[in-house]
Design a protein around this ligand. Structure first.
Ligand SMILES: C[S@@+](CC[C@H](N)C(=O)[O-])C[C@H]1O[C@@H](n2cnc3c(N)ncnc32)[C@H](O)[C@@H]1O
Length: 305
C-alpha cells in the first residue's frame, strides 16, 4: 500500500471506489473520512501535479497519518461542514467526493476510546474529543422513549423497549460510567450471542454520540452544491439505514422518503445526480478473505448532472 497507514486501518473497496470516482488527473477531490489515509493515498496516486486533495477527519488521531504531499491538505473537522471548510481553502467546486463512513479499526482498537465491547474503558465513544456528548451522558440522561428508538433504529436491537426500560431503572440506582459496568447491568437482557448483542447496543450508542446520520444527511445536501457537473460522489456505508439514505438521495437528489416534491408525478423535480450503479458494490471474496471488516460495506456512486 502507498503512503497510508494500514496498521491504523485497511481501506475497503479501494479499487472499486477509485473506479467509481473516475478520477481526472488535474481534478480537485475530497476524502471526507481520511482515517489511515488509504483511500487518500490512492486518490493522490491518480492525480498529476495540478490535482488537489482535501482530507477531512474529526478525530485528532487521524492527523498523524497526514500525507507528506504538497497537493494534500488535512482538515481536522466534521465533514458536515464540508462547504464552509472548502471555502476557507478557497475551493468552491470539486470533481469528486469520497466518504467511507463509520469508525476506523484504530478507533475500535484503542482501548480507552470506549468503542469496543472487549476493552474496559469509560463510556466515551466520541470520534471528536472536542464535543461534549459522550456515551455516558446518553445512557444517564436520555428519556426512555429516545433510548428505545435509538437502540431499535441504529442497532436493530430486538428487545429495545426492555433494554431502554432497564437502563432507566438501573441508572437511578448507580448510574453508568464504564463499559464493563454497563455490560454487567444489562447482562440479563442479552438475546442470542452476547458479543453480537453487545455489538448492536454499542453500534447504536456510537451512531447517536457522533450524530452519524445527521452528519451524513448534511454532507449529502452540500455535496450536490459543491460538485462540478460530471463530478462523482462515492459513499461507502456499513449500516442499512445509511445505505437507504444514500440510495434515496442519489435517486431523487433530496432527503425526503420519496419524491414528494410533486405527489401527482406530472412535473417531477429535476434530478441533480445520476446513480452510476443500480445496486451497491460489495467486497469481492478475495477482499473478504483478507479483511473481514469489509463484510457489510456497500459502495454507491453517483454523478452530478
Ligand atoms: C472507516 S474510517 C475511514 C478510513 C479511511 N478511508 C482509510 O482508508 O484509512 C472513518 C474515518 O472517518 C472519520 N469520520 C467519521 N465520521 C466523520 C465525520 N462526520 N466528519 C469527519 N470525520 C469523520 C473517523 O474519525 C474515521 O477516522
Amino acid at each position: 500500500m502507498r503512503d497510508s497507514n494500514p496498521a491504523y486501518h485497511i481501506p475497503v473497496l479501494l479499487s472499486e471506489a477509485m473506479d467509481g470516482l473516475n478520477i481526472r488527473a488535474d481534478g480537485v477531490y475530497v476524502d471526507c473520512t481520511f482515517g489511515g489515509g488509504g483511500h487518500s493515498a490512492e486518490i493522490l496516486a491518480h492525480l498529476n501535479s495540478q490535482g488537489r486533495l482535501y482530507g477531512f477527519d474529526q478525530d485528532a488521531d487521524a492527523r498523524k497519518n497526514s500525507l507528506p504531499d504538497e497537493r494534500f491538505v488535512f482538515i481536522p473537522h466534521n465533514f458536515r461542514h464540508l462547504r464552509r471548510f472548502l471555502r476557507l481553502h478557497n475551493v468552491d467546486a470539486v470533481d469528486g467526493i469520497l466518504a467511507d463512513l463509520g469508525v476506523s479499526s484504530h478507533q475500535f482498537d484503542e482501548p480507552d476510546r470506549g468503542f469496543s465491547i472487549r476493552a474496559d474503558a469509560d463510556l466515551d465513544m466520541r470520534m471528536d474529543k472536542r464535543q461534549a456528548l459522550r456515551a455516558e451522558s446518553v445512557l444517564n440522561t436520555y428519556p426512555e422513549q429516545k433510548l428505545q428508538e435509538m437502540f431499535s433504529q441504529y442497532g436493530e436491537v430486538t428487545n429495545a423497549k426492555t433494554l431502554a426500560r432497564t437502563i432507566v431503572a438501573q441508572r437511578n440506582v448507580t448510574g453508568f460510567r464504564t463499559v464493563s459496568g454497563f455490560k454487567q447491568s444489562i447482562g440479563s437482557l442479552v438475546k442470542g450471542n452476547p458479543n453480537r448483542y453487545f455489538a448492536q447496543v454499542f453500534q447504536a450508542l456510537r451512531i447517536e454520540v457522533n450524530d452519524e446520520i445527521g452528519a451524513l444527511r448534511e454532507l449529502l445536501e452540500q455535496a450536490t452544491a459543491v460538485l462540478n457537473p460530471g463530478g462523482r460522489i462515492a459513499i461507502i456505508s456499513f449500516h442499512s439505514l445509511e445505505d437507504r439514505i444514500v440510495k434515496q438521495f442519489f435517486k431523487y437528489g433530496h432527503l425526503e422518503e420519496k419524491d414528494e416534491q410533486d405527489p401527482y408525478g406530472s412535473s417531477p423535480s429535476q434530478p441533480v445526480l445520476r446513480p452510476v450503479t443500480k445496486k451497491p458494490i460489495t467486497a469481492s471474496a478475495e477482499e473478504l478473505r483478507l479483511n473481514p471488516r469489509a463484510r457489510s460495506a456497500k459502495l454507491r456512486i453517483a454523478e452530478k448532472i
